[in-house]
Design a protein around this ligand. Structure first.
Ligand code: 2AL
Length: 243
């Protein structure tokens, strides 16, 4: 099966890292295609970034449809464009936040999230509420690192994330930690060994869930709101979406 990992930001280094994490999680024989939009924010750390990035995610779904794709993963912790993406394809589409919350809830009664900047905490909190996972999460914590620092100051970033994970373990009465950024895809194993708790990373979780849905022959429901969007004219720079 062929799974398209869509990093919603335009950092190619982060896309490569996610591709490695996805391949490590995938079954033998699963083909992983890791991509990012040609245009959009280099990182996603605000509501504005998320809104612009969602258009790029939709573009990558369209490209994936042309190339043939069995399942999609939206690899940004705000799950930008998730519902729009589901309208554009019959294949399953899984967001990494959604995947990580669900997987963590299967191995622990309560978990905490460790994310990047505290201004992005609200995005995780909103998704927890929307996905009905609010009561499973004790706390959304921020290590106060910009997303690009995960690439450029990897050692210092790791230490800040590890320190926040230790505070979560010691203060939150949790059984697991969810990493709240796609750029942390390479850190789960090391963190888990260091702090002694399961650490759930969304790219791997989403790949495993995507493979399961393909195996179960379950696709996105086209009954109701996830049916293809109604055909209509689009104007200006979005005229290409006219049908
Ligand atoms: C993210 C993420 O996963 N990728 C990105 O650019 N920003 N989320 C976050 N909370 O920092």
């Amino acid at each position: 099966m062929r799974i398209r990992i869509i990093n919603a930001n335009t950092s190619a280094a982060m896309t490569d890292k996610m591709g490695v994490a996805a391949l490590n999680a995938a079954r033998p024989g699963t083909e992983i295609i890791a991509v990012n939009p040609a245009s959009g924010p280099i990182t996603i750390e605000s509501h504005f970034d998320e809104t612009i990035a969602a258009v790029g995610v939709c573009e990558e779904i369209r490209a994936g449809e042309a190339a043939g794709t069995d399942a999609y993963v939206i690899a940004c912790f705000g799950d930008p464009g998730l519902y729009a993406a589901r309208e554009l394809t019959n294949a399953p589409v899984i967001g990494i936040a959604e995947a990580a919350f669900h997987v963590a809830s299967l191995i622990a009664t309560r978990f905490s999230v460790v994310t990047t900047l505290s201004r992005t905490s609200i995005m995780a909190e909103r998704l927890l509420h929307e996905y009905g996972m609010g009561n499973r999460c004790r706390k959304v914590r921020a290590a106060e690192i910009p997303v690009l620092a995960l690439e450029h100051e990897a050692d210092a970033s790791y230490r800040l994330i590890e320190a926040e994970c230790i505070r979560a373990r010691d203060e939150d009465q949790i059984g697991a930690i969810v990493l709240g950024c796609g750029g942390m895809a390479d850190l789960a194993t090391r963190l888990s060994a260091s702090i002694g708790l399961p650490v759930v990373e969304g790219v791997a979780a989403a790949v495993a869930l995507a493979e399961s849905l393909v195996t179960l022959k379950l696709q996105t429901s086209k009954f109701g709101d996830l049916a293809a969007p109604p055909a209509k004219p689009f104007t200006g720079e979005f005229a290409r979406y006219s049908r």
